[in-house]
Design a protein around this ligand. Structure first.
Ligand code: INI
Length: 172
């Protein structure tokens, strides 16, 4: 018997998809690199530059409220959040990091539009540099890939639920 389970997995094809990138300016020498990584990944995956909206906010704390505004005002297929929190000597970092992570997670559950998480939370500047295109890849690009895949997965699941039978979203 060669029966197999039905497998749903999104493709990495961004053709025709519209994205919003909400990026904070605090530690902008890092977040600019995350933004470059995200845009580069979207374009390499088939997105058009005219379908990418970039929204800049002062700090990571402002990201969740801006995501809510964007989703209320614009028609986008996915939102990519980018920011950089670097641990200091105070508990400010911990409070903001926890709140931002929790709030973005809640938004991802509340909205049907995929929201990916590219907010760095690091102990040191060096770690942030490594995650913004040096030794540990570019987390902005990774967040862009996750957003694309989730859009395609959600579409495949919706098509499957309607009995259209395809387990992957090849049609857009
Ligand atoms: N915002 C960041 O994005 N990263 C940080 O490391 C940071 N630290 O450490 O303070 C930070 N603070 C600003 C915060 O996000 C808000 O913009 C500010 O509190 C105004 O609401």
């Amino acid at each position: 018997m060669s029966e197999r389970p039905q497998i749903f997995e999104g493709t990495l094809d961004a053709t025709g998809l519209r994205f919003a990138i909400v990026v904070s300016r605090f530690n902008n020498f890092i977040t600019d690199r995350l933004l470059d990584g995200a845009i580069d990944t979207l374009l390499r995956s088939g997105a058009s530059v005219g379908d990418i909206l970039v929204v800049k906010v002062p700090g990571a704390f402002e990201i969740p409220s801006a995501v809510t505004q964007v989703l209320g005002a614009r028609s986008v297929d996915a939102v990519i959040t980018l920011g950089c929190l670097i641990k200091g000597d105070t508990i400010h970092f911990d409070l903001i990091a926890q709140e931002v992570t929790r709030a973005i997670g809640q938004l991802a559950l509340a909205f049907e539009v995929p929201i990916s998480f590219g907010v760095l939370t690091t102990d040191t500047l060096e770690q942030a540099i490594h995650r913004a295109g040096a030794k540990a890849g570019n987390k902005g690009g990774e967040a862009a890939l996750a957003a694309i895949e989730q859009v395609r997965l959600f579409r495949a699941l919706a098509a499957g639920a309607q009995g259209q039978g395809e387990a992957s979203d090849a049609t857009g």
